[in-house]
Design a protein around this ligand. Structure first.
Ligand code: SAM
Ligand code: SF4
Length: 314
């Protein structure tokens, strides 16, 4: 379906929980978030129904996210239900990777096509400090398990933060020499716990890119501008929601774990889908698509949404 600005909306990001086994400093409060009552989050069946209705409105690609989607009870049933929908051509999942040693193979069998794994640092001490509860070894074991389960075209998400991991860009780039992965450097967005962080934490992709003139531009993909080191097997993508607003190309809708449709990550506007079914559910999704704003205003002010990333789904 096309929105009022002529953009085709065909990509749904469905958050299946706002809980997480990590407490990344920029995303979650240290004490975590209160567990919602069962009846306040979308059930397994409701998750599948929402995707079925979205598919009727033109959605063909779904990404499951969170919070950490792999801590959601019933995640494999959600994946199976969505993968069985004929209109859905691509089912992806974004994870911190900690539970992949147990779940990579079952996820593959449940119909997940692609994984994005978040990894912000290659240094064990920094990893522990940033995630507050995680270990680098565990995350790397997750990467290995994903490869062994057949997820070969992995994407690695790295949020670049000034004063934290900007000195590791070269180490991350080196990974692409041997691995056929796509590294994705993402600009930190001022929302949730990091909304008030110092300006120096927020790096522009262009500034990072300028430090590595050896990166050769290749075809861009979706919202990522892509590059490759000469002779490398893998590629590097830069996603720049702050410095290079890609709203004109945005094809996304989001649904939060508590069933709120958000047509823009940074908008306050939400439509409640909980309790809707069939035609009513479809109509609400169509209405959400038609309300999709032209752009966000992150360059002028912090995000308008009071939610943090774990409560929306990155
Ligand atoms: N727990 C999973 C994970 O970490 O991959 C999925 C959810 S997480 C919210 C999805 C992505 O959003 C992660 O790559 C995370 O680094 C990113 N993210 C969280 N807060 C962000 C922010 N303020 N700016 C940019 N990216 C952010
Ligand atoms: Fe959890 Fe992902 Fe947020 Fe880190 S970025 S706290 S892993 S939801």
């Amino acid at each position: 379906m096309t929105d009022t600005f002529g953009r085709t909306v065909d990509y749904l990001r469905l958050s299946v929980t706002d809980l997480c086994n990590y407490r990344c400093q920029y995303c979650m409060p240290e004490e975590g978030v209160c567990k919602r009552r069962h009846k306040d989050i979308l059930s397994v069946e409701e998750c599948v129904e929402v995707v079925r209705a979205a598919a009727k409105c033109g959605v063909t690609k779904v990404r499951l996210t969170g919070g950490e989607p792999l801590v959601r009870r019933g995640i494999l049933d959600i994946c199976r239900g969505i993968a069985a929908l004929p209109e859905i051509k691509e089912l992806c999942l974004t994870t911190n990777g900690a539970l992949l040693p147990q779940l990579a193979k079952p996820l593959r069998e449940a119909g997940v096509d692609r994984l994005n794994i978040s990894l912000d640092t290659l240094r064990p001490d920094r990893f522990a400090a940033m995630t507050r509860t995680g270990s680098l070894d565990q995350a790397l074991a997750g990467l290995t398990a994903a490869g062994e389960a057949g997820f070969t075209d992995l994407k690695l998400n790295t949020v670049l933060i000034g004063g934290f991991n900007d000195d590791e860009v070269g180490d991350f780039l080196s990974l692409t020499r041997d691995k056929p992965w796509e590294l994705r450097f993402i600009e930190l967005m001022p929302m949730g716990p990091c909304a008030g962080w110092e300006k120096s934490c927020f790096l522009s992709s262009a500034g990072v890119l300028a430090r590595f003139p050896e990166l050769e531009p290749i075809e861009s993909q979706g919202v990522a501008l892509r590059y490759r080191l000469p002779g490398a097997r893998g590629t590097v993508g830069f996603i720049s929601p702050l410095s290079h607003t890609f709203c004109a190309q945005c094809r996304r809708l989001r649904v939060t774990a508590d069933g709120k449709l958000k047509s823009c990550l940074h908008s306050r506007e939400e439509i409640s889908l909980k309790g809707l079914q069939g035609h009513g559910l479809e109509e609400a999704i169509r209405q959400g698509i038609l309300q999709k704003p032209r752009e966000h205003h992150l360059t002028e002010r912090p995000s308008d949404t009071p939610r943090s990333m774990n409560q929306i789904g990155g």
